[in-house]
Design a protein around this ligand. Structure first.
Ligand SMILES: O=C(O)[C@H](O)CO
Length: 682
C-alpha cells in the first residue's frame, strides 16, 4: 500500500506558515514536495521566531518535514528556466506570495498555465483575488483583527488580544490542502487542471463559524485550583470554590471519578508531558533528535507514514536538478554563479571515489549512500566509484550493457554482464569465474574451478568487434593458471598486440597464486601444494608454447594465474586501480575537488600499497587535498594523513554487517561533518 499522494509532485513556493503548512499536509500524505527557496538565506521562516536549534528556527522546523529543498534564485533567467521546467513536471504549484510577486518572478497563473495544462495552481492570499483589499498585503494579526477574532470571547470594551494560535494561517493552509485534494480528484475524473484560491480571511471566517453563531465563550469555565493553576470543567460556583482549596491533580481526580468532563489548563511543557503520543522523533542532521508533531490522520487500512526531517537549505538542489535533466557541469555552474548557491560562500566540492565494501555494498551503492549525506551538508558532489580489476570493474566503467551465458567456475552456466562501448570491451573474471559465483569458499572446488567462462567472454568481445578488451582480474574461484580460458580461446591466440589488456587487483607472481590466494578459495595445505605444482607445469607449457616465462612475472598470479596465462598469449598486464583511475579521469576530478572520500570493506596496509582506495588517498594527498576514508574496519596505527572513520566504531560491528548502508551513512555523516568547512556553525 502506498501513501495517498504518492506520485504527486508539488512545486512549493510558499513561506512562513500558511503555505508551508498546506504543503506539509500534502507531503505527509506522500506527495513529492519540492520547496523552492532563495539561495543563501532560504525562506523567511528559517530566520524568524525566537527559538533556534542547529542553525534552524523552530517555525521552519515545524512546517517543513518530508519536503526537499531546492535553493534557486527566481530573479535570474536561469532560475526562472529551472522553475518552468519544474512546472512542466509538477502536478500542483502552491504559493502564498504577496500580490503581484508571483507575476514578477514569472510564476503567475497566466505565465505557467500554458506550460502544463494538467497543473493545479493554488494561491493562498490574504484577501482573495477580488474585492477591495485584494492587492493589500496582510499577515495573521491583520486577519485576526479584521475577522473579529481579536475580540472573540472578550467582555465589551476590553482591549483586543491576538489569539496565541495563528488560526488564520492554519485554517488557510488546511483548507488550501482540501481545495487541492478536491481539484486533484476533479482532474482524475475530468482531466482538467486549473486553479484553487484560498484567502486567509475567508478561511478564518469559516473557522470561527461558532462565533457568528453566537456560541457563548464560556470563559467562566476556567476554574482556579491551588498553587495558581487552572482547570476547565463544567461545574457550578459551589464546586468551583471547593476546588480552589485543593491541588489541580486532586481536583482533576475528583472530577474524573465523578464523570465530569475536565482538563488541566496546561502550560506548553505540560502539554508534552501528557501521556498521549502526539509527537514522533526524527533525526535532523544539524539539530540532532527532533520531535515532530504527529500527523493526526490514521486510516484503515493504513498507509505508510513517513517522517523525514525538514531539509537543510538547498539540501536536494543537485538531486532535483539532475532529475530535471541538468548535467553535473550545469549544476555546478549554477551553484558557482549564485543561481542555486550562495554567491558569498563558494560550493563545497566533494569527490566520492570509494571501492566496493566487499560482500556488502558495491562501489556504486557506497558512493550513493555517501552522496546523500554529503548533499545534506550542502556539498556539491561528484561520484567516481572505483575498482581494482576484481568485482565492480565493469560497474566502474559504467555497468554492463551486454550479457552472455558462459561456463561458470564449477561448470554450471552463468549469465555474466560485460560492456562494449565505442570499441572498448570491459569484462571481469569475477563475473564469469568468480568465487561469489561459485558460492563462496565452502562451496568451491579449488582444484576443479575453471577460468573457461572468462575465456568465453573474451571471445564474445572479440567476435562483437571490440578493438580493445580490458579484462579485470580478481575475486576469482580459480587457480588453473588460465588453462580453462586459453582452451576456450583456441583459434583466437596469440592475441594481436594491443588487443587485450589484463588489469589485476594484486601484483602477486604466478608462482605464489596458490599459496597466497588458494586458502581463501577453499584450498587446504595439501591442495595448495598440488595447485602450486600444477601451476609450475602450466608455466612450463606456456613458456614452451609462447616463449614467455610467467613464473616470476609480477601480477601474473592474479585470478589464480589466469593473468599469467593471458599474458603469455599476448595480453598486457597492468595495475587495475591505476588503469581504472586513469580511464575514469581521476586526476581531473581531483583537480575539481575540495575534499575526497574513498573507502572499502577493510582498510589496511595493503590498501595503502596497491588498492584503489590507497591510490585515491595517495593522489589526493599529493595534491594537498584532505581525504576521508570510510571503511568497514581498519588496522590500528596506519601510516596515513587521511582521516579514517570506520563503520565498526561509529555503528558497531553487528550493525556494520547487518545494515551496511545505514552504518555507512552514519560513518559518512560523522566523517563529513568533522571535515565540513562550516562545521563550527553547525
Ligand atoms: O582472484 C584472485 O585470485 C585474487 O583476487 C587475486 O587476484
Amino acid at each position: 500500500m502506498t501513501a495517498p499522494f504518492t506520485g504527486i509532485t508539488v512545486l512549493d513556493l510558499t513561506h512562513f506558515v500558511a503555505g508551508p503548512w498546506c504543503t506539509m499536509l500534502l507531503a505527509d500524505l506522500g506527495a513529492n514536495v519540492i520547496k523552492v527557496e532563495p539561495p543563501g538565506r532560504g525562506e523567511i521562516a528559517r530566520t524568524m521566531g525566537s527559538v533556534f536549534a542547529g542553525g534552524e528556527s523552530a517555525i521552519y522546523l515545524g512546517f517543513n518535514r518530508n519536503k526537499r529543498s531546492l535553493a534557486l534564485d527566481l530573479k535570474t533567467d536561469e532560475g526562472r528556466e529551472v522553475v518552468h521546467r519544474l512546472v512542466r513536471t509538477a502536478d500542483v504549484l502552491v504559493h502564498n506570495l504577496r500580490p503581484g510577486t508571483a507575476e514578477r518572478l514569472g510564476v503567475g497563473y497566466e505565465q505557467v498555465a500554458g506550460l502544463n495544462s494538467d497543473l493545479l495552481y493554488c494561491h493562498i492570499s490574504a484577501f482573495g483575488q477580488t474585492g477591495p483589499y485584494a492587492d493589500q498585503p496582510a499577515n495573521d494579526p491583520i486577519i485576526q483583527a479584521i475577522s473579529g477574532a481579536m475580540l472573540a470571547g472578550l467582555a465589551d470594551g476590553a482591549a483586543p488580544v491576538r489569539m496565541g494560535v495563528s488560526l488564520p494561517d492554519f485554517a488557510g493552509g488546511g483548507l488550501a490542502a482540501v481545495g487541492i485534494t478536491a481539484a486533484l480528484y476533479r482532474r482524475l475524473r475530468s482531466g482538467m487542471g486549473g486553479s484553487v484560491d484560498v484567502s486567509l480571511l475567508g478561511a478564518q471566517m469559516f473557522a470561527q463559524l461558532d462565533l457568528f453563531a453566537g456560541r457563548p465563550s464560556d470563559a467562566s469555565r476556567a476554574v482556579a485550583c491551588g498553587g495558581g493553576t487552572f482547570l476547565v470543567a463544567d461545574v457550578g460556583p459551589h464546586v468551583a470554590s471547593e476546588l480552589a482549596g485543593v491541588s489541580r491533580d486532586e481536583a482533576l481526580a475528583l472530577l474524573r471519578a465523578s464523570g465530569v468532563a475536565c482538563a488541566p489548563v496546561n502550560t506548553l511543557p505540560e502539554v508534552f508531558a501528557e501521556p498521549n503520543p502526539h509527537t514522533v522523533p526524527v533525526r535532523h542532521p544539524t539539530v540532532g533528535d527532533l520531535a515532530q508533531l504527529r500527523s493526526p490522520f490514521t486510516a484503515a487500512p493504513s498507509w505508510p507514514v513517513r517522517v523525514a526531517p525538514p531539509p537543510l537549505l538547498g539540501e536536494h538542489t543537485s538531486e532535483v536538478l539532475a532529475e530535471l535533466g541538468y548535467s553535473a557541469e550545469a549544476i555546478e555552474d549554477f551553484a558557482r554563479r549564485g543561481v542555486t548557491g550562495d554567491p558569498s560562500s563558494p560550493p563545497w566540492r566533494v569527490l566520492l571515489a570509494p571501492d566496493k565494501f566487499k560482500g556488502t555494498l558495491t562501489s556504486r551503492e557506497a558512493a550513493d549512500v555517501i552522496a546523500a549525506e554529503a548533499e545534506r551538508l550542502g556539498a556539491v558532489v561528484r561520484t567516481l566509484p572505483m575498482a581494482d580489476g576484481g568485482e565492480g570493474t565493469v560497474e566502474a566503467f559504467g555497468g554492463p550493457n551486454r550479457y552472455s551465458v558462459v561456463t561458470g567456475p564449477l561448470g554450471t552456466p552463468v549469465r555474466a554482464g560485460w560492456r562494449l562501448v565505442d570499441g572498448l570491451a570491459v569484462l571481469e573474471s569475477a563475473a564469469a569465474s568468480g568465487l561469489v559465483v561459485a558460492g563462496g569458499a565452502a562451496a568451491n572446488d579449488a582444484w576443479a574451478a575453471t577460468s573457461a567462462g572468462t575465456g568465453e567472454l573474451i571471445r564474445e568481445a572479440i567476435d562483437a568487434g571490440a578493438d580493445e578488451v580490458i579484462v579485470g582480474m580478481g575475486g576469482s574461484a580459480t587457480t588453473d593458471g588460465g588453462a580453462g580460458a586459453l582452451a576456450a580461446l583456441a583459434g583466437y591466440l596469440p592475441f594481436r598486440p594491443g588487443l587485450v589488456r589484463v588489469i589485476t587487483d594484486v601484483a602477486t607472481p604466478f608462482k605464489d597464486a596458490a599459496r597466497v590466494f588458494g586458502p581463501q578459495k577453499g584450498a587446504d595445505a595439501r591442495q595448495v601444494a598440488l595447485l602450486t605444482r600444477r601451476l609450475r607445469r602450466i608455466a612450463d607449457e606456456l613458456s614452451a608454447k609462447y616463449g614467455v616465462d610467467v613464473w616470476d612475472l609480477p601480477r601474473s598470479g592474479a585470478a589464480g594465474g589466469l593473468a599469467g596465462g593471458l599474458a603469455a598469449a599476448g595480453a598486457v598486464l597492468s595495475d587495475g586501480a591505476s588503469v581504472i583511475a586513469e580511464r575514469l579521469g581521476l586526476a581531473e576530478q581531483l583537480d575539481w575537488a575540495d575534499l575526497v572520500v574513498t573507502g572499502e570493506g577493510r582498510f589496511d596496509a595493503t590498501s595503502l600499497l596497491g588498492k584503489a582506495p590507497g591510490l585515491v588517498v595517495r593522489e589526493s594527498l599529493r595534491r594537498g587535498l584532505p581525504v576521508l576514508v570510510l571503511a568497514g574496519a581498519a588496522d590500528e596505527g596506519l601510516d596515513t594523513d587521511a582521516r579514517v572513520v570506520t563503520l565498526v566504531e561509529t555503528a558497531g560491528d553487528v550493525a556494520a554487517m547487518e545494515d551496511p548502508a545505514a552504518s555507512l551513512a552514519k560513518a559518512a555523516r560523522s566523517g563529513l561533518h568533522a571535515m565540513s568547512p562550516t562545521r563550527q556553525e553547525r
